[in-house]
Design a protein around this ligand. Structure first.
Ligand SMILES: O=C(O)CCC(=O)C(=O)O
Ligand SMILES: [Fe+2]
Length: 202
């Protein structure tokens, strides 16, 4: 397995990680930020704890409080061109991305170490507003391998395979607001749960 090393100017190599900047124009970025701000965002909740980041899910939502995976509002039309862009970047069919998550991180908000839920497979994120570092870590014999991936505003990243399944990621709180849109496909487990859900509704 190749060691992951951070380089100040290049995107570090970690298997399954893909990154590209300048995938949106500034006008597209402004329009998308306006849409996110107008959406019904609510604070991420986990038991008693209320996160500072504000989120809204479409398609499917994973409730961290109940552990339930449930259908959510359909993706709005204005998101579809961005889903198409995300799918083109990932080399997948846009229809595979059945979930979208909008996030606004105001100053002081971040996201702690985690792997995305196993109901999801591919994860593609679009970054808006200000630069952030996607921090990656993976347990190794002497602690953690660590890598920092700079995410420019208007950039996109794809997590699949090793980086998606073996590494955790997080984003440290920033001094400026940042917005992100994440598109996710379902894993086999997610598809099984989705089918069960459909059956229980007929
Ligand atoms: O804001 C981002 O780019 C990351 C979001 C994230 O990791 C998540 O929602 O699981
Ligand atoms: Fe994540």
């Amino acid at each position: 397995m190749r060691a992951a090393t951070a380089d100040l100017f290049a995107t570090p190599f970690v298997a399954g990680l893909d990154y590209r900047d300048a995938v949106l124009t500034e006008a597209e970025e402004d329009a998308l930020i306006t849409r996110i701000d107008r959406a019904e965002l609510s604070p991420f909740k986990f038991h008693q704890w209320k996160g500072k980041r504000l989120t809204q899910s479409y398609g499917w939502s994973y409730d961290f409080e109940s552990g339930r995976f449930t259908p959510a509002e359909p993706m709005p039309d204005w998101l579809l061109p961005f889903r198409a862009k995300a799918a083109r970047f990932a080399g997948l069919n846009p229809a595979a991305f059945v979930q979208a998550l909008l996030i606004r991180y105001d100053p002081g908000a971040g996201i702690g170490w985690h792997k995305d839920r196993p109901v999801f497979e591919h994860v593609v994120g679009i970054s808006l507003g200000s630069e952030a570092t996607l921090r990656l870590r993976r347990r190794c014999a002497i602690g953690f391998d660590r890598v920092g991936v700079p995410l420019a505003p208007r950039s996109i990243y794809h997590l699949s395979g090793e980086v998606r399944h073996d590494w955790e990621h997080s984003i440290a709180p920033l001094d400026h607001s940042r917005w992100s849109v994440t598109f996710r496909s379902l894993s086999d487990k997610g598809r099984t749960l989705a089918e069960r859900n459909d059956r229980s509704r007929v």
